[in-house]
Design a protein around this ligand. Structure first.
Ligand SMILES: [Mn+2]
Length: 361
């Protein structure tokens, strides 16, 4: 919800709807640049596209979408390619006077944001639980009960009776769908309303093609490594991946492991360059996974997320095996404590004997 100014007229008409207030605050901007969290996902990509379309259609202002860090998950690469999404690497963006930033699917200070500090951040539009630094932001619309930021953006288009072209409708539909894919669904009636509205406008064949994107060989090697280094501690499974070929694989590993019937929590901690990438999934309601991980990581790094999904990063002091083991040990100890699991020796998901037998046959 807009926090500062109450009602600002749009095109001479007093608007009380969120989309009117969002647009009203942009009338003096020369251009709008959209930013989001590191390694943008379908929800953040579609949210940027949707708001850019809104700003261009209603205000006629130039817009651009940015990306912070590479996009490497196969489905996300396919989405960018097939929908021809134009993204400026944030480190290459230069800004002129009068330009403003709009942040979607993330909040300032909750993750890595390599955004130029001199450019004013006008708005934050998000659905994450983890609170960010919002004191200086004029327009804030954060709805924690929503499954996807793309649903919120779709509701702005619905308010403005702006029918999205097929490319945008496809992006928004896929953005919402990916966020609601887990069980139990983290969805509200606004998410379902947005899906129904978008469905006839989207290219469903293209959505299916993105969802079933072809996978590189490294994907399978990473999964083998993840399964071989998964340890069960009561209702928690932790997978330690020594070398993630790309950072987004940590999330794919936990999406897979959380389906294990004997656990309620799945954690993947994988080494990527000089960082430990963390991803968490919970199979129980009111898990507060984002808050749990933020507390566990503490000053070691950054973390945040939703009720049943969370992510974070811990910078490694060194990539020497002993240094990594030390961080892993501390993380494991803190996770067990946070989840009230007695300190115990982890049981392998796949026994060493089984692994050796597999190699011999
Ligand atoms: Mn999201």
């Amino acid at each position: 919800m807009a926090r500062r100014s109450a009602v600002i007229p749009v095109n001479g008409r007093a608007g009380t709807r969120c989309s009117d207030r969002f647009l009203a605050g942009l009338v003096d901007a020369s251009a709008v640049t959209f930013v989001t969290h590191v390694h943008p996902d379908p929800d953040s990509l579609a949210s940027m596209m949707g708001l850019a379309f809104l700003v261009e259609s209603r205000l006629g202002k130039p817009t651009r979408l940015t990306r912070d860090g590479p996009i490497s998950r196969a489905e996300n690469v396919a989405m960018v390619d097939l929908l021809d999404i134009d993204l400026v690497p944030i480190e290459e963006a230069s800004f002129e006077k009068g330009e403003v930033l709009v942040m979607v699917d993330s909040q300032p200070g909750t993750g890595r944001h390599s955004v130029c500090p001199e450019v004013p951040l006008y708005a934050v539009i998000d659905h994450h639980d983890t609170p960010g630094e919002l004191a200086e932001v004029a327009f804030v619309d954060i709805r924690r009960t929503l499954g996807a930021t793309s649903s919120l953006v779709t509701s702005y288009l619905m308010e403005q009776t702006l029918s999205p072209p097929w490319r945008l409708a496809t992006a928004l539909l896929y953005g919402i769908e990916t966020e609601l894919a887990g069980y139990p669904r983290e969805a509200s009636s606004l998410d379902d309303g947005a899906l129904i509205w978008l469905y006839p406008l989207a290219d469903k064949d293209l959505v299916a093609r993105i969802r079933n994107a072809r996978l590189p060989q490294t994907y399978f090697g990473c999964f083998l490594q993840a399964l071989q280094s998964s340890f069960i501690y009561d209702r928690l499974i932790i997978s330690w991946v020594n070398e993630l070929p790309q950072p987004e694989l940590a999330a794919e590993v936990v999406d897979f492991l959380i389906r294990f019937e004997e656990v309620d929590w799945a954690v993947c901690a994988g080494v990527y360059q000089d960082q430990l990438i963390l991803s968490v999934r919970a199979a129980v309601e009111d898990a507060h996974a984002g808050a749990m991980l933020k507390q566990v990581v503490g000053s070691m790094g950054r973390a945040g997320g939703h009720d049943r999904r969370a992510g974070g990063t811990i910078p490694l002091p060194s990539t020497a095996a002993t240094a990594i083991e030390q961080v892993q040990g501390e993380l494991r100890r803190r996770l067990l404590k946070a989840l009230h699991i007695d300190e115990c020796r982890g049981q392998r998901l796949v026994s060493l004997r089984e692994m050796l037998q597999n190699l011999q046959t």
